[in-house]
Design a protein around this ligand. Sequence first.
Ligand code: NAD
Length: 373
Amino acid sequence: MKIAVLKETAAGERRVSATPETVKKFVALGAAVAVESGAGDTASLDDAAFEGAGATIGSRADVLADADIILGVQGPDPASLTGIKSGAWLAAGLNPFGERARVDAYAALGVEALAMEFMPRITRAQSMDILSSQSNLAGYKAVLDAASEYGRVFPMMMTAAGTVSAAKVFVMGVGVAGLQAIATARRLGAQVSATDVRSATKEQIQSLGAKPIFVENVAGIEGEGSGGYATEMSDEYKAAQAELVSSHIAKQDIVITTALIPGRPAPRLISDAQIASMRPGSVIVDLAVESGGNVEGAVAGEIVEKHGVKIVGHRNVTSRLSSDASALFARNLYNFLSAFWDKEAGKPVLDEEIGDAIRLTQGGKVMNARLLS
Ligand code: NAD
């Protein structure tokens, strides 16, 4: 059983899908691990550290030769997998909706592609969930990015020269990233409020010491779909939410948006008119910018200024914390493969619940229900 760890090639991707810690654990399971030379460079992990953990180091062709399982943070260019063993697994964040042509190409190569972001939200899979581990870091970093773009301070400061008031931070979308954004902004001393369409988040917001801002009077809204994800809201709800947000946002200094709906474009939460109502010097961080954006005018990969308000749209925010992000991502992959490790077979064997959820391709065909429906 050979596990190949690839060096990421996507622009701006600084993470790596294995660490010396996880390599050591895979070796202890009886696997041979081959790491592409330089794979950990941008996450402060050099080849020697991987070698010391029991991996061999080589070129991409070396590590892919006879590989049974290929690990990645993002999906590799299918052209680079030519000649791969038929039926080899590829476990990575494959962005199945955004990179559909790649999924078809993996099928044509005979690869069994496993999309780690399709991991079901069930208790036993929590430790395997890359969306949670990475969103948590993104929520933290979003607040630091906002603080560094903001020309004022976050905490209230009483100084000999006078008092500086605390920044008002509004978090829109209180999933994993949003909760961490609230906690981080609170740690920095800001006054924090937050909103979500899922009413279950109200208590979570309060428990972190922030103020919930919620649409209350629209009948029949719950906002929670399967797996704890949000559903698309009714037009009536959207109108009520826009009105509520308009009056609140004008008084905010920092807004962090994180709202996503799986398989659909991110919901538009902030209009240009609402941006214009904020005071100059305010900062908005749009964590959903790569999924279509929550904020009108946000540009992926850029910081733009509208009406004196900075709109921060960094791509791949988690990659900006590449060491910790890699450590957690690598553990997610290890937790996943080791949970299914069949000692007699000397390889992992997936069960139906998780296998059907994450497997995109098998036997030359695309076969995941979410891609076929
Ligand atoms: P997400 O990244 O899909 O979306 C971010 C947040 O945006 C969500 O809270 C969503 O409700 C919210 N949102 C969507 N549309 C919105 C709108 N129009 N206005 C305001 N907010 C909007 O969410 P997530 O971080 O993946 O978390 C979703 C839920 O799943 C959470 O309750 C989380 O705790 C849970 N979860 C469970 C597991 C598990 O059990 N294994 C793992 C991860 C997350």
